[in-house]
Design a protein around this ligand. Structure first.
Ligand code: FES
Ligand code: FE
Length: 408
């Protein structure tokens, strides 16, 4: 990346990919799950940090752990299920059993271990040295030191707050399952795309035409903004475009009742109005660097599997305290655009395929990210542009460079 352009090797080079894992994924805060996925003692889910498998668990005393899914005997994973509830994880290779806080109960056939050679206390599952959560979203860092999660989130936290505050009970939950897709392309294509307001009118034109949403939201006349929020986080903020519809909704009896309830819970009518007008992630797309997106009604997690292979998990989130009807409607909205036969998501993947094909061309080495460069508005750590500008991508690669070393 030089002069606001990215070299094609950033998407293709094995060595760079290995460095991304160590410099970015194994160093910064990575989203690993939501508290609602491990709500009860014994609940667990498996995921990865970079390519390292982990188990997120809740122990019998309510504590949350992020354990490395790697037997301390001879390295087999100790948990294969995506999620479940168990007080123990038993490695199938030689039968060692671990508590859900990571402690080794005892090796099997323990008479074969002399105390001089072995103590169970020294063979607990390894764990992520730092775990923290924000508004129910659990993050872990494999680096023992560094900035706190709250510092890392920076201004992205404002948007997470808007998302979560909208739920009548003040919390969101996962619990509607997830769907996963993969594509043969680099993980950054998806990170860039979720906050790319330039493509929707082209890639998703059919959806906008047939859904009645029209081309204005992401058109040249849109009043929406694209922003880099600092630390690689980015947002497409189209609240100005959706606010008239939300104001009309607020003016109804139902809208007024919702406002009263929220104002009472938050103790602040002005803030309640702001939250309702934003309408959660119906009003913005958020990228939390490097691989979490909160978009539409979903938490989207991007897993790099290889330099040219990416898996993406979409978890529709539900509002605690909302009726089934409202939450069901959220799911239908999610499916309409992002589902396997939805009007939007699959089209993006087709574009990733085409980019990967095009990247094979040698001699045309750079991808420019200069759109809107001359109309950036600086706002503290953030920079704002028109919703179709490439400000989010510039901010993303600025942070990428910081972490990868400025020599790139
Ligand atoms: Fe787990 Fe041997 S590898 S018990
Ligand atoms: Fe798209």
């Amino acid at each position: 990346m030089q002069q606001h352009r990215v070299h094609r090797k950033a998407y293709l080079d094995e060595q760079l990919f290995a460095e991304e894992l160590t410099q970015i994924f194994h160093r910064t805060w990575i989203y690993v799950g939501h508290e609602s996925e491990v709500a009860r003692p014994g609940d667990y889910k498996t995921t990865v940090i970079g390519r390292q498998p982990v188990i997120v668990t809740r122990d019998g005393t309510g504590g949350i752990h992020v354990l490395m899914n790697r037997c301390t005997h001879r390295a087999a994973t100790v948990c294969q299920a995506a999620s479940g509830n168990s007080a123990f994880f038993r490695c199938e290779y030689h039968g060692w059993t671990f508590r859900n806080n990571g402690e080794l109960v005892a090796p099997t056939f323990s008479a074969g271990y002399a105390p001089a050679d072995f103590s169970a206390a020294g063979f607990a599952l390894a764990r992520a040295p730092r775990v923290d959560s924000y508004r129910g979203l659990i993050f872990a860092s494999l680096a023992p030191g560094g900035e706190s999660l709250r510092e890392h989130l920076g201004r992205a936290a404002e948007y997470i707050d808007l998302t979560v505050d909208l739920a009548p009970a003040g919390t969101i939950r996962l619990g509607a399952g997830a769907h996963r897709y993969s594509y043969r392309g680099n993980w950054k294509l998806q990170s860039e795309n979720g906050v790319d307001g330039y493509h929707p009118n082209f890639v998703h034109r059919a959806f906008f035409e047939t859904s009645g949403l029209g081309a204005g939201l992401f058109g040249p006349g849109s009043t929406g903004r694209a922003g880099s929020l600092g630390r690689g986080h980015a947002v497409l903020d189209f609240r100005t475009m959706t606010a008239p519809m939300m104001r009309a909704r607020l003016a109804t009896d139902d809208g007024q009742r919702a406002l009263e309830r929220l104002a009472e819970r938050l103790g602040d009518r002005e803030r309640a109005t702001e939250v309702l007008l934003a309408n959660g992630t119906q009003g913005y797309n958020l990228l939390v660097f490097p691989n979490l997106q909160i978009i539409g009604c979903q938490l989207r997690v991007i897993h790099p599997r290889a330099v040219g292979l990416t898996e993406v998990d979409l978890y529709p989130y539900l509002h605690d305290g909302a009726g089934d009807e409202e939450n069901t409607a959220r799911l239908r909205t999610h499916e309409a655009f992002y589902g396997p036969s939805g009007g939007g998501g699959p089209d993006d993947i087709e574009m990733f395929d085409r980019v990967v094909q095009g990247l094979a061309v040698e001699g045309v080495e750079w991808l420019p990210l200069v759109r809107g460069l001359r109309r950036e508005v600086v706002d503290g750590e953030a920079r704002w542009g028109h919703i179709t500008d490439e400000q989010p991508q510039r901010g993303f690669y600025h942070q990428w460079l910081q972490l990868m070393g400025a020599s790139r």
